[in-house]
Write a protein that binds this ligand. Structure first.
Ligand SMILES: [Zn+2]
Length: 143
């Protein structure tokens, strides 16, 4: 692997309720212009690993009366999130940890103050994915 050709570019994008910034995404220069992912598996690895880091609220109750509960103390959560900045470190095999700086709709538990994402209709996951794709497009990074 020609590791000397790895560069780092900053990407940032937003979609829906999510703002995403990756200050140093490892990429390779593309002879046709712009950049490519550092290796062909990167795209398939990165997003699921990032999503695994998200502090998702739990769901509880019967299928007819579901409610969102705190993952730490089980208190019932309100369904309103407010923008909060959170930093994550994504460990992709064979690469240094990749810092990801996000603004997400965060709900704070009234009992224990644990920040978490109350995820209805998986919209946060879609917003996060779209924000990253917007950032990749703007920086001319292709899979
Ligand atoms: Zn709690």
């Amino acid at each position: 692997m020609a590791s000397e050709s790895v560069l780092h570019v900053a990407i940032s994008g937003r979609a829906g309720r999510v703002e995403a910034r990756v200050p140093a995404l490892p990429v390779r220069p593309d002879p046709r212009g712009g950049y490519r992912f550092v290796d062909p598996d990167f795209g398939a690895s990165f997003f699921p690993l990032l999503w695994d880091e998200m502090p998702l609220a739990d769901r509880s109750g019967s299928p007819w009366a579901r409610r969102d509960v705190c993952f730490a103390c089980r208190a019932t959560l309100p369904d309103d999130g407010h923008p909060e900045r959170m930093l994550f470190g994504v460990v992709v095999p064979k690469l240094d940890p990749i810092e990801v700086d996000l603004v997400l709709p965060i709900t704070r538990c009234a009992s224990c103050d644990e920040p978490q994402i109350v995820e209805r209709n998986r919209s946060v996951e879609m917003d996060l994915s779209n924000a990253l794709v917007a950032g990749l497009d703007a920086a001319r990074v292709r899979a």
